[in-house]
Design a protein around this ligand. Sequence first.
Ligand code: ATP
Ligand code: HSE
Length: 452
Amino acid sequence: MGLPGRRRGPARAGAPGAGAGDGGHRDPDRQPRLGRPGERRPRGVRRSLRVGHRRADPGRAGLPRRPRGHLRGAGLGLGGGRADGPARRRRGRPRADDRRYRHRQRAQGHRHRALAPHGRRHHGGAGRAPGGRGLRAHPVTRALQPGRSVTVAVPASSANLGPGFDSLGLALDWVDEVTLTVLPEGCEVLVRGEGADSVPRDRTHLVVATCEQALAEHGRHLPGVRLEAHNTIPHGRGLGSSSAALVAGLLAAWALAHPGEEVDRNWLLQRAHALEGHADNVAAAIFGGLVLTWSEDLGGQAAVCPGRLDPRLRAVALVPADSVLTERARAVLPDVVPHAAAAANSGRAALLVHALAGEPRLLVPATREWLHQEQRAPLMPGSDRLRRALREAGFAALVSGAGPTLLVLLAEPEVARLQDWLATEEGTALAAGYGVHLLAPGPAARVVAARG
Ligand SMILES: Nc1ncnc2c1ncn2[C@@H]1O[C@H](COP(=O)(O)OP(=O)(O)OP(=O)(O)O)[C@@H](O)[C@H]1O
Ligand SMILES: N[C@@H](CCO)C(=O)O
């Protein structure tokens, strides 16, 4: 079985230093611990294990509502291709460039590195903004009104979930929030939390650059901009931080260009997919909950479908201090896997969708896979040892996204058993330095406020 494209995008940044408000989960000397009652934690970061997270808890995030409709189709002629509301007329040029290379594999990786602040005039026959596949700029753009402002919240996500490589994504109740305000000129970037000491403070900031590119497609531009980011999702850990940033920029662009209009989530999906290279994380961030993604063809447009989730389902994230380059993590994957491995993997992926929907006792066999974890193990030996030990102890432990964070999928009553295991000598030794976060499935990205 040929793999759907190795990541050719630029490398992910190495481990940045711990930012303010990270709850200390990146402290290499931090021991896994079970939380102190009443402990302050950054907004959006879930409680650690001992703190209650039950249905009746006042601080508990609600389980996500399933997106309306059963099938979000795009490129397949399924479900009308639009996530919300009635069909919208298509803006801009025909999507010839999206179709031209449909037979090709889509290069995987973050196209966002190629994003650059755009000028107000866009030249070039393709009418596309530079750098971003699928983002087509109008030749002349109109300035947005200074004072207009939008705040968006976007969840972290875990991709793959074991056998669903590049096709399953789970949004988590761990949220970044950003506010973009139109200024008459200039660019101010204020970052709190994750990445405060590492992300760019100019128009190359991922959220600003993505927003500008997307606005250009809608014939608008930012004369000046202030970004206020409150980041809690750790960067480069396999929790979809870059997808969250891309979706934040796109959603902010939509809300600034279309005040008061319902968000076209299929537009978000296609643009985010084009920028990210694979749809698993971005689809989960855009639609919330569990999302199944596929393309009609290798490199085709993304289609998505919500997956059912057992209301008892929880995820415990074990977040190490180090990051792994996603580019490296994709480069170690083989081009071809044996047919028997592909067959076994597809069986487990099918089983996983069933287990997540209502049979959590099957989560351990359902999260076994043959496509990426073994192959990437040398890049994350500590997480590999911990994952194996957890699975031997009967937990559905898996590498989240490209790693090295581990996710343990379990039904709520199992949380106490995991707590106990982490307190054993073996658990304490293997999980030393990992931050432990009890999470529920997360909500869809949303516009929190829009002004002006
Ligand atoms: N909120 C953000 N603001 C600005 N840049 C960000 C933000 N989040 C992520 N990034 C950029 O993306 C990089 C991390 O992206 P990468 O895809 O490597 O990891 P991830 O998205 O956390 O993990 P995965 O894709 O495996 O789930 C960061 O080092 C930073 O450059
Ligand atoms: N499906 C992707 C997620 C990371 O971005 C991978 O495993 O490479």
